[in-house]
Ligand binder design. Structure first.
Ligand code: EPU
Length: 341
């Protein structure tokens, strides 16, 4: 066995909320070849087991009572290149934004709108990360997994098999706890059409006087927008948007829009309507609101932050208050985006 088990390991630096909890057992997975031994270890069998990426989409409310495995598999390789399109595979433990920068530096377009999203490559397909009109599913070819119920045997899921939805995939449902993402394959292009239709991007490019942007220009615009409203987890603990944008049926949306005509909304699948949760929270007067060290971010109401030393329970209590306030005012249920443990 070439992995090392540590007992009572602090997780403070391993979750972007910066919540101070311990894992009963902890190990780092750096080699896929270590997986079979890990899967037969006592700590694994005792459970529960948490596979950790960048720790940017979870909230710990207490010490983790089992085994935490930090997935640190590394490597990027080109599997195919026809001069226009490349098929590139990145290991699960690669930092998402570093990988995006690498693809752009190689001249491969496609991931520029997803610049500066915290977390790892392996976590990207799990919640189908998305920003500025692009979701990871739009650029993803397939996902390489280890089947944990079969000694870690390799299984490759094609894009369609992942059943991607808004911040959703098969990895949150049937495959949860069974398939571990070990690498992700992307199809990128040297001549991809850029997606600059999202309001903020066009405004940012106009402000910079860029009429015919490159993929790198779009990435720089996205980075500038994100830095202007989303807190840097290294400075202020957070997990990005704490709530999903709620999707409601057309009738309920029409009634709500009659009362709140300026509520930003977007068409969703099956004639349903997606509402801007940040606006609902903001207009309910909660932007910048604080309960002790837990707060609603002052520049983006959809983000909850740890002002320093907040416990996971305090963040959860604030989230509950936000949900209750929004329900009372608009009759809309907000669903947390991060996993609450
Ligand atoms: N708004 C407010 N007040 C606020 C926040 C937002 O009025 O405090 C309004 C904005 O003015 C805008 C609308 O709400 O009209 C939407 O806001 P924004 O464009 O900032 O995007 P969002 O819907 O709040 C989503 C994603 C983000 C992603 C952005 C950009 C979700 C849950 N969040 O946020 O993703 O970066 O769009 O595409 O879908 C994340 O998932 O962690 C995340 C940051």
């Amino acid at each position: 066995m070439s992995f090392t088990l540590i007992s009572e390991h602090p997780l403070t630096a391993l979750n972007t909320f910066g919540i101070a909890v311990n894992a009963r057992h902890f190990t780092t997975l750096t080699e896929r070849a270590d997986l079979p031994a890990l899967l037969t270890s006592e700590a694994y069998h005792q459970g529960p087991v948490l596979w950790l990426g960048g720790g940017s989409n979870l909230l710990f409310t207490r010490d983790y009572p089992g085994l935490v495995v930090k997935v640190a598999l590394r490597g990027v390789q080109v599997l195919a290149d026809d001069g226009d399109t490349v098929l590139v595979e990145a290991a699960a433990g690669e930092t998402w934004h570093d990988f995006v920068c690498h693809t752009l530096a190689e001249g491969w377009a496609g991931l520029e709108n997803l610049s500066l999203i915290p977390g790892t490559v392996g976590a990207a397909p799990i919640q189908n990360i998305g920003a500025y009109g692009v979701e990871v599913k739009d650029r993803l070819d397939s996902v390489v997994c280890a089947d944990l119920s079969d000694g870690g045997a390799e299984v490759i899921l094609a894009n369609a098999d992942c059943r991607f939805g808004y911040r959703d995939s098969v990895f949150k449902h049937e495959a949860a706890g069974r398939l571990l993402v070990t690498a992700v394959r992307f199809r990128l292009s040297r001549h991809a059409a850029l997606k600059t239709g999202y309001g903020d991007i066009q405004r940012e490019l106009d402000a910079q006087g860029i009429a015919t942007p490159t993929a790198q220009d779009v990435a720089r615009a996205v980075i500038a927008i994100r830095q202007s409203k989303l807190p840097d987890p290294a400075v202020l603990g957070n997990a990005g948007s704490f709530f999903k944008n709620p999707v409601i049926d057309a009738e309920a949306a029409a009634a709500l829009l009659a009362r709140f005509p300026t509520l930003p909304h977007y068409p969703a699948a099956d004639g349903r309507v997606k509402l801007a949760a940040g606006w609902l929270i903001d207009q309910a007067g909660l932007k910048g609101y604080r309960q002790g060290a837990a707060g609603v971010h002052e520049k983006q109401a959809l983000v909850l932050v740890n002002h320093g030393g907040a416990s996971g329970s305090e963040i959860r209590a604030l989230a509950q208050h936000v949900q209750d306030t929004v329900r009372a005012r608009y009759g809309v249920e907000l669903e947390p985006e991060p996993i609450v443990l």
